[in-house]
Design a protein around this ligand. Sequence first.
Ligand code: FES
Ligand code: FE2
Length: 339
Amino acid sequence: MTTDFKHFWYIVAESHELTKNIVLSRQVCDEWLVCYRDSQGKATVMRDRCLHRCGKLSDGSVSQGILKCSYHGWLYGEAGKVVAIPSMGNTMTDNLKGRTYLTREQEGYIYVRLMDNGDDLQPFAMPYYQKSGWKNIRLQNDFQNTLSNCVENFIDIPHTAFVHKGIFRSSRNEAIRAEIKRMNGQVHVTYANEKQNLGSFNWFLNPRGRPIVHTDSYFMPNITFVSYSLESKWQYVITSQSVPVSAEHTKVYTEISFRFGLLTPFIGWLVKRQGQKVIDQDIQVLNQQMRVIKKYGSHFYDTPCDTIHTSVSEIINALYAKQDPTLLPDQRHEVTFRV
Ligand code: FES
Ligand SMILES: [Fe+2]
């Protein structure tokens, strides 16, 4: 049974960030973590606390796969084992080991799982990663807001015409129909009759104004997946892995994967620049939302157009209540947005 946020896999770094002699300090679900590579190059994630006298291990250094505490120089090797205590003449009698966590390295990300659930849950497989004809760009951003409000934003259509006016979409009072299905800790949304409303990139993305195939998905507790298929088999997908750093801080790893035919290898910089511009706009509005919530509480007024939000937040709230979200009833709704 999955009843805790700590039962899931979360990204702690992109693989290239954890180079050989680097030590990284991270926080996931309020746990302080230190990350380093052991002598075999294996990523190790351990509680950021020295066994000796509680030095902060991430203030230390790594050399040849050995992490040294900055306070009295205790040395930690593979799987967090203490391999030497300098003040004891580097002799080791006890079998000491730091609190390490399950770690995986997959598709250029390093993941941690803070609580083993005894099941075989794997990190989310990143779609189209290194697939021929596709290109992926990656962004990292910090939001001062809850996991729930962040993931809701990433699959929220109505805000795009206001927050991202012009870039993404503009307000035309067009009706977009959506079918929203929830089951098994997931929410899947299929949009119908969306066309020619992709803001300043419309001329390029959809010059003939053909219908767009647009689906959004949410996988508990922290992954959103947005997919647009355009004419000529052009396609782009945005996968966001939101990491709950603490109750009011969410770190978001965004991956934009796209195939735009022959243009694909050349426009990574443009996709990256526009993607970051859109995320900066979301950060601004979400950070302000959190300030308002802290001052006046989070009393939301939900309309039928907020059905995606409520479907997602019921899943997240089940986890806060230590309940298994897969036991929530399956749901199917049809909603019409005006955008
Ligand atoms: S606190 Fe880390 S070596 Fe003493
Ligand atoms: Fe947005």
